[in-house]
Design a protein around this ligand. Sequence first.
Ligand code: ZN
Length: 502
Amino acid sequence: MSETGVANTLEELKALDREARMLEYVASALSWDQETGMPERAVEERSEQRALLQSLAHKRDTAPRVGELLSELESHNGLGAVDAAFLREKRRQYDQRTRLPDTLVRDLAETASRAQNAWMHARQDDDFNAFKPWLSRLIELNRDAADHLGYEQIRYDALLDQYEPYATTTEVARVFDQLRQGLVPLVQKIAAAEQVDTSFLRRSYDPERQRAYSDQLMVALGYELDRGRLDLSAHPFTTKLGTHDVRITTRFSEHAPESGIFSTVHETGHALYELGTGEELSGTLLSDGTSLGIHESQSRMLENMIGRSRAFWTYQLPVLRRYFPEQLKDVDLERFYRGINHVEPSLIRVEADEVTYSLHVILRFEIEQALISGDLSVADLPGAWREKMKDFLGIEPDSDARGVLQDVHWSMGAFGYFPTYALGNLYAAQFLRVMERDFPDAWDSIAQGDCSGVVAWSRDRVHQYGKMKSASELVQDIAGGPLDPSVFLEYLTEKYEDIYGG
Ligand code: ZN
């Protein structure tokens, strides 16, 4: 193919990709609206609208013409770095989306939609048996999907790869085993130590004032208000509506201000990632985060490692006190810092602290692998859950509602998603260590209320690449080695020995 031929073929492929991305952004706008302000009775029609847009995007991504263009371009060497990455990721997307038969995709979507409804009722009534047939069916469909998608060794690989591209079950299992062996004794040690005081966090904090505080907080973290906005929703989330429109939501609870504060910080971390991808990737499939694990690394580094640090609150506590002078009048930096870093084994993953959180995730990873492989039957699931909770965290759920039924993921048919949450912690710790080395004044700047250097570092080393680099390439390039859970364990040990008296 001539140079002009290559350029034209690339242009055509990029145009098809761009149309699909634009359709997805429109679908995201409708989803955002649905979660934040849509009138209740619009729900059915809205589902139809979203499904239509998604199928239009899907048609563009799976058009036979895309396959032809890919094949033509793949025989050509000498593309620039961005175009080569575009081609690699477009091929990956095309294969994934064309390998699943339409009937299976429809069956999965319909089953998941009805299963979610069944799950909601089952959780309400604490009735695992009512959810069992749905879960069994979703597991079968996921096995079927994995077989169509293809894998080398373990069926679960194909599912994991949808959320954490290029990761393997064997590697994640190895890393998680090491992580679990370090976390369990650390949690036990903390549980045996004198507990920190959190009583001041249970006072009354007016949600309106919390909102006003969050508005300035996200700006202090580098979130640009002409490229996003903050709204309220039942479950906090970040959504991308375009290159310059990445929105976040949060929620406020009167007697738990830390919930709203750290949800806002967490989602701001996700938003900064999406807003920080390079201009030349804009509107292409390369402009999204490279994996859910790397996404979580950006939200968790900001939320836990920066946002729950002494340095951060050296500046922010006096600011927060201006909003809540009465509630915080007897709370100094040390009391506040310890309170927001309180560790306690608990039943619910989304309420878990920084130390116990990954154990909730490892439990789910081990269980869903066993469900997919058939080593664990759905009937034995609640028992397996309770046993692992006891082993990992030393507590047992008082009900299935607060145990195996607590998360929405499986009812959505999402298997392979959970591990990305804990992978995020591990990536974040490795990145943080390098940032501290590259930028020795980082903590001093943060203590003076200036987070711009931290954000600039993340943009430079992580955000700008979008999907150009895979998660493992990022870790290799930044940390100079593979994923290593010992860095996160060291970070936790140092921080929490200080808080809990060593
Ligand atoms: Zn997140």
